[in-house]
Write a protein that binds this ligand. Structure first.
Ligand code: WTA
Length: 559
């Protein structure tokens, strides 16, 4: 690929929702962008109403809202059916004492019921907390406890991983099957609660490099950002079939798996089950998916499986997007040659609530770059004093505040919230990047110890804390080790307590201990025992950076 490395990809000919992007960048205002949403006319807002009910009121009730695919199972729901189910769930929640502002969690696999639960919670003015389906007891408990969730929607299988006795605030657990079987009079009142743009709607827990995961709270105003980025970046049109591969427990799965496409009235695909190249290709061919949003790790896995894509008709694909981790130029060229589509990288974070740096479909793509700032967004590359650096210099990737998707708070932790805004007028991302003369932004690395494995944010502190709970582990330092498929994989360096000796079995036992208590995706894929861990002289803090440098040096030597 060496020769092609710098080749710029021109837009594929076609018509896109946003063509005159340079002019829009000059005149953009968020107020204009919100036109098309109903609160602009009525003055009343509710994100769930805007996402689903509005389309029924505007005459699109019979349009297909979702295709559900899991193994051989197939289900279809129209917008009207999604609205009615959402109403039902909303009434059950009300009858179980849920009120505006309460935190209600959803712990379900990727099923229509998971999406409907999230909307129902928001519909009655409560705050939805979607949990990733693979979480184990401790991860579930920590999150619900942190913001004192009162009600949880789950099912008979997953409830086994909910340690209810350790979650004091949780007074009710609802089984989706029971909700589905509840019957209300046809004349029951409309459950929509009209709220303020600033009222909370969604809480996502995400990792930082220190401490437990933080609860990132978004307000109803975020739907303005979801709506317009769905229109311009996802380029959703009425005849599209849209598939986002992420689970709604992650912010990509909620914002760009649920809100943004549905705000733009897309027919979405909800797929159950684990990643398997054949199944993914079959799904695209069967449902004639036109827009596909996934992550570099998934694309790299598909690429590594070689020619099997030739067995499927993937010609329906017209627009492909990527998020969550650096997208290698090699992957972009693979998709271009094999699928005839460009992969459009997008950059944002749980905290930013929506896209901030994007490759618009009508703009040229520079492989290796995440794209250009979204209209209305100003990026700055800052030095350690918060001063803007000239083009081409690597510095802290920051964004001018505010914008509608920007988080409202970190639940119960003003200090952690304030840390993002240490320079007046800027949101500081924690990423390092540079920007070229044409505004394209190039990701360099994180500015902290956060690990990004397969696009999932993993806080080393959380993994280290779990490791040292194991009786054999004295100390632990956890890093992201570079990996060709997953970007990084979780590697732990540990020291053993006296009386324990290293063995394959012991290391496996430690790994399983983390997996069973926290979650599979955070369990170290490699554990290495050291005599001692590098530490700072004064505070005795474990130096993850040194561990990482050592690991990178070794990998280089062995190649
Ligand atoms: C990283 C996911 C390179 C980045 C939406 C960021 C990326 C963190 C990209 C946020 C990209 C996200 N290229 N790195 N296109 N997109 N990241 O909160 O380090 O799970 O700070 O949000 O992922 O992860 P989060």
């Amino acid at each position: 690929m060496g020769v092609l490395e710098k080749e710029i990809l021109a837009p594929v000919s076609g018509t896109y929702n946003l063509e005159n992007y340079e002019a829009i960048r000059e005149t953009f205002s968020w107020d204009d962008a919100a036109k098309g949403l109903s609160f602009e006319k009525t003055g009343k807002i509710n994100a769930a109403y805007e996402t689903i009910d509005r389309h029924v009121d505007e005459g699109y009730g019979d349009k297909i809202a979702l295709h559900y695919v899991d193994g051989d199972e197939r289900r279809i729901l129209t917008f009207k059916e999604v609205k009615e189910k959402t109403d039902l769930y909303a009434r059950v929640l009300r009858d179980n004492g849920v009120r505006k502002g309460d935190r209600v969690f959803v712990f379900l696999p990727k099923t229509p019921e998971c999406y409907i639960s999230i909307l129902a919670i928001i519909k009655i003015g409560a705050i939805a907390g979607p949990l990733f389906e693979a979480f184990m007891e401790e991860a579930v408990k920590d999150r619900i406890n942190d913001c004192k969730g009162t009600v949880l929607i789950t099912d008979k299988e997953m409830v086994k991983r909910v340690p209810q006795s350790e979650i004091q605030s949780l007074h009710t657990i609802l089984d989706v099957e029971n909700i589905e079987n509840t019957v209300y009079e046809e004349t029951a009142a409309d459950p929509v609660e009209w709220v303020d743009l600033e009222d909370g709607m969604l809480i996502h827990y995400t990792s930082g490099s220190t401490g437990k995961p933080k609860g990132v709270l978004h307000a109803h105003r975020a739907v303005i950002h979801h709506y317009v980025s769905g229109k311009w970046v996802l380029d959703v049109k009425d005849d599209d079939v849209y598939w986002c591969t992420s689970h709604p427990g992650w912010v990509t799965g909620s914002v760009y798996g649920l809100f943004a496409p549905w705000l733009n009235r897309a027919t979405i695909v909800i797929q159950g089950g684990r990643f398997k190249a054949e199944n993914w290709y079959r799904l695209i061919a069967e449902l004639k998916v036109t827009i596909w949003y996934s992550a570099p790790t998934a694309f790299r896995m598909l690429l590594s499986q070689g020619d099997i894509l030739k067995n499927y008709d993937l010609s329906s694909l017209r627009h492909v997007l990527s998020v969550g981790e650096p997208l290698n130029p090699e992957v972009i060229y693979w998709a271009w040659e094999q699928l005839g589509v460009r992969i459009h990288d997008t950059w944002w974070m749980t905290e930013t609530g929506g896209h901030l740096i994007v490759n618009l479909p009508a703009e040229k793509i520079k492989p290796g770059s995440m794209g250009r700032p979204f209209p209305g967004i100003t990026v700055g590359i800052l030095d350690e004093k918060g001063k803007e650096l000239p083009r081409g210099s690597v510095g802290q990737l920051a964004v001018r505040t505010p914008w509608p998707g920007l988080m409202k708070e970190i639940w119960g932790n003003q200090d952690r919230f304030d840390a993002y805004f240490k320079y007046e007028g800027w949101y500081v991302s924690g990423d390092l990047a540079y920007q070229d003369e044409e505004d394209y932004v190039f990701f360099q690395s994180r500015d902290d110890d956060m690990i990004n494995s397969a696009g999932e944010r993993i806080g080393p502190f959380e993994v280290e804390s779990k490791l040292i709970e194991h009786p054999a582990v004295a100390e632990a330092g956890v890093i992201g080790k570079p990996d060709p498929i997953r970007g990084e994989l979780v590697k732990a360096f540990i020291t053993l307590r006296p009386g324990f000796t290293e063995s394959k079995e012991l290391l496996e036992e430690i790994r399983v201990f983390v997996r069973n208590n926290l979650a599979a995706h955070v369990a170290p894929r490699e554990i290495e025992v050291l005599e001692e861990l590098p530490k700072t002289v004064i505070s005795g803090k474990i130096l993850r950076r040194e561990l990482k440098e050592m690991e990178i040096l070794r990998t280089k030597k062995s190649n």
